[in-house]
Each structure stands twice: as C-alpha cells, then as structure tokens.
Design a protein around this ligand. Structure first.
Ligand code: SAM
Length: 473
C-alpha cells in the first residue's frame, strides 16, 4: 500500500488513492451526522479553511437546511474576501497542434477533421489588438502540446509579442499561461518572461482513469502531470492555478483530490494554489460529452463551488464560458472571483467577424460580448475588474496570501477595480454600459474605507477622464 503524505513530492503519495477512498467512506458514514456537519460549518466560519475530509462530508450532506447554510456561508466568505468584484479575462488560443491522445479534447492527435493552426507572431499581434479593442487587459494563453510546432521558444515569443503591443489606450498587462506540464527549466523561462499564473488542469485525479483518458503522448504520464506544480514552484512561479475537468470521473473523488492537491502545495511550498478552475466537459469537434458518463447536475456543480469556497477561502475561483449565463449567474454568487468574457476558443478566432467554429476547443455556452457581460455583471450588483496590479506590484505567492488572510488586500483591490472599470468605460463601453458603470463607480467610492484613499481615487478617476491610464495601488 502506498502511504499518504501531503508533504511528499511523489504524486501517488500526496494524491493518495487509499486516502481518497477512505475520505469518501468517512463522508458517506457521516453525511447524516448533523452534529458533525454543524461542527464543520462552525469551523468554516472561522475562515481558515477545511481539510479535504471535512469538506467532503459537507459535499455529501443532503440535508436541505445545512446545504442552505453552506451556500449562505460561501456567499458571505466571498463578500468578505473578494467584495463584489469579478476579475475579467479572455483565453487566447495560440496553436491546436498536439501530440497527445486525450479522449475528451478535439486537439487529440488522431483527430483528422479539425484544421490545424498555429498563429504567426503577426497573427498573435492581430488577435491581441482585437482583444485590446474589446477592453481586455488579462489573457490566459492556451496551446496544445507539440514540441516541434509549439516548443517553449514559440510560447515565449508569443508572450513577448503580447506584452509589446500598445494599441490606442490598450495593453495586455497580465498573461497567464495554460500549457502542458513541462520542465523546471521551462517554468523558469516562463517566470522570466513575466507571466502571471501558471494554470494546469489535472483533468482527473483518478490515476487509472487518467491513464485511460490519456492513452498516448507525454500527457499519459500521471506522475509527471500531477507533480507539475511542484516543478513550476521550483522554477520560481509562485502563483499556480489548478482544476479538474468535471465529467470525466466521479465528482466526489475529484473534489477530494483537488483539495488534497491544495493541501500538498501549502504543506510543501507554504502557499496554496492561487486559483481553482471549474471546467466541465463540453461538446467539441469529434467529442460527445455523453461518452463520459460522469456528468454532474447543475445543482451539484454549484454545491461543489460553494464547498470549495469555504474550504479554501483565499483561493480565487474561475468559471469560463463553458457555462451558460444562467449557471454563471448562480455560481458567481457562491464564490467565483474570475470569469472570462467575449471568449473565442478557436485559433485566430478574435480576428473573425463571426465566431468561427472549425478550430474551437469546446463549444462556448456564453456567447455574449465583453460589453454585454460587463453590463450584466453590474446590473447583478458586481464590479467587473480589469485589475492586474498584484503581480506587477510583487504581490504574488505567500505575500499575496498573507495580505489576503489579513483582509488588507481589499484596500488595493477595491480601488483598483474602480479605476480599471473606469478605463473600460472610457475606452470601450457602449453608452448604456457607460451610464450604469459611472453610477456604480460613484456609489462604490463611498465603500472605500480610508478618506485619503478616497481622495486619491477621485483624483485618478479625473485623470483617467483626461486620458491618463494605468493607475494602481
Ligand atoms: N494542452 C494543455 C494541457 O494539456 O494541459 C493545456 C491547454 S488545453 C488547451 C485547456 C484545457 O481545456 C484542458 O486542460 C482541458 O481541461 C480543457 N478541455 C479539453 N477538452 C475539453 C472539452 N471537450 N470540453 C471542455 N474543456 C475541455
């Protein structure tokens, strides 16, 4: 038997199958133990998080009243740590060349129907201009794994190109990277290129399913993939984003694995994941999601989000346009801090007039423009934020986490959200969105605690009106 050890650097010891099975058994045995459930909810109220075992009991609990309590607490914790801000980003697909055989992904190497495409630097530039013209400041770059077509040098060139483009008042100020697991040396190069978060989805924590779902290519290696975040941290990247692709395996197994991964990063590196993404398998070219019989209901998906929110209160949570506006509205309330908007999931998609479908990685379920998403968020009581200040001010890794834990991060995030929203309103918003936004900013200035900060923000908002850009705390 392989022993469980969160501090181990071996995948099967920190994501330990036996421990997950024991956890699920413990959760089943205790899901009706309302005394224990109450105790765990009380602990969660201290806002110091929960263990994977405790959180799994809450996820298994079916008592309606307790579930409502969990939802209320998730909502409250979100308000306490993230206020009513939602950070905006967009994915940028660089290349769909891929040597892996992932059964759920249309980029798999055996797919002969999908046109293969890789952006030239000129095309990257055009995509970035289109994204800047929508108002985006933060991107997540995406690529298949292909050492010949998309080597690390290609990714680094693209990052350089993206940061170099200053079109009108636009700028991409943070590039997050979602590329396949790689070496410490390559992670170091990404860090030096000035990336924000390194994102890698585990897809599934269940080793056997993982190997079945990734039959060929370098991604087949479960340990290499699962230990990637440790290598990324060794390479100096201290903001990492994890996630599973829900629908591939049993959600309760994945949920426990995800939290164990977070515990492992905290135990070994002193800092947990910066973000957790919640993707679900979607239809795509030659992919039918019903081939995977582990799909979960929308209600359970929301419950997972709420339980993650209270289990790891300091970790950002991300929802993409894989979800419909209806689900996004419901789940944002329960603890999501970042969403994408106006996304195109095809290589070169932003330069096309109409959304192209031929090279899409998955079908987008929220087809609204960025302006429409911003408008909708504000109507629902949120502040869309285009802030990228933290990592540019060196607030990453444990520095970010300690500011977050002490609640001080609010003093930066709230004013930064207002100033970056103001930029969006001045440069990109429709007249209606601008009107709603101006009223929102006026109202939200009053929620800035310190009088001196309020004065600085007012002064900077005036300067933004006069054409200056990129203020930050
Ligand atoms: N190629 C890289 C890797 O192997 O990690 C990363 C990028 S891939 C472009 C981004 C993510 O999209 C994958 O990690 C996977 O979770 C997700 N994805 C793949 N196929 C999908 C599908 N049919 N529906 C929804 N998400 C999908």
């Amino acid at each position: 038997m392989i022993k469980y050890d969160p501090k181990s650097l071996k995948a099967e010891e920190f994501i330990n199958d036996e421990e997950i099975k024991e956890t699920l058994k413990y959760a089943d045995e205790n899901k009706d133990n309302l005394e224990l459930v109450d105790k765990i909810i009380e602990k969660a109220k201290e806002r110091k998080g929960l263990s994977h075992r405790e959180a799994s009991v809450l996820l298994a609990c079916e008592d309606k009243e307790k579930i409502e309590e969990i939802y209320d607490l998730a909502e409250q914790i979100k308000k306490d740590f993230y206020g009513n801000r939602i950070v905006m980003f967009a994915p940028l697909y660089l290349s769909n060349y891929c040597v892996n055989g992932c059964l759920y992904c249309p980029y798999h190497s055996k797919n002969k129907t999908i046109p293969r495409k890789k952006l030239t630097q000129e095309e990257v530039k055009n995509e970035v201009i289109a994204l800047q013209d929508m108002g985006h400041k933060r991107l997540a770059i995406e690529a298949g794994e292909d050492p010949i077509n998309n080597p690390i040098e290609y990714i680094l060139d693209c990052i350089k190109t993206i940061y170099s483009i200053k079109h009108k008042n636009g700028a991409i100020r943070r590039v997050n990277v979602n590329i396949a697991a790689t070496t410490v040396e390559n992670y170091r190069k990404l860090k030096e290129a000035g990336i924000g978060t390194y994102i890698l989805f585990q897809e599934t924590y269940h080793k056997e399913s993982y190997e079945y779902l990734h039959p060929t290519g370098p991604k087949h290696n479960y340990a290499y993939h699962t230990e990637a975040m440790d290598r990324a941290m060794e390479g100096g990247i201290d903001d990492v984003g994890i996630g599973v692709l829900f629908g591939l395996d049993k959600y309760r197994y994945e949920f426990a694995g995800l939290l164990m991964h977070a515990e492992h990063l905290e135990a070994v590196h002193g800092v947990g994941p910066h973000t957790i993404s919640l993707p679900r398998v979607k239809r795509a070219d030659d992919i039918d999601p019903t081939d995977f019989d582990n799909s979960l209901s929308d209600d359970m998906f929301c419950k997972i989000a709420a339980c993650i929110r209270i289990a790891v209160p300091y970790t950002g949570m991300i929802i993409s346009t894989r979800e419909t506006p209806e689900i996004r509205e419901k789940i944002i309330r329960l603890g999501v801090s970042q969403i994408s908007g106006g996304s195109r999931t095809s290589v070169g998609g932003y330069c096309e007039e109409e959304r192209p479908h031929d090279t899409e990685q998955f079908d987008v379920s929220d087809n609204r423009t960025l302006d429409e998403v911003v408008n909708w968020l504000m109507r629902a009581g949120y502040i869309p934020s285009f802030c990228t200040a933290c990592y540019r001010e060196g607030r990453t890794g444990d520095r970010f986490m300690s500011l977050c834990k002490s609640g001080q991060i609010q003093n930066c995030c709230h004013p930064n959200a207002l100033m970056t929203l103001k930029e969006f309103l001045m440069d990109y918003a429709s007249p209606e969105t601008k009107k709603i936004g101006e009223e929102l900013i006026e109202k939200e200035i009053d929620n800035i605690g310190k009088e001196s900060v309020k004065d600085i923000v007012r002064e900077r908002l005036t300067k933004i009106e006069q054409g200056e850009r990129d203020f930050r705390f």
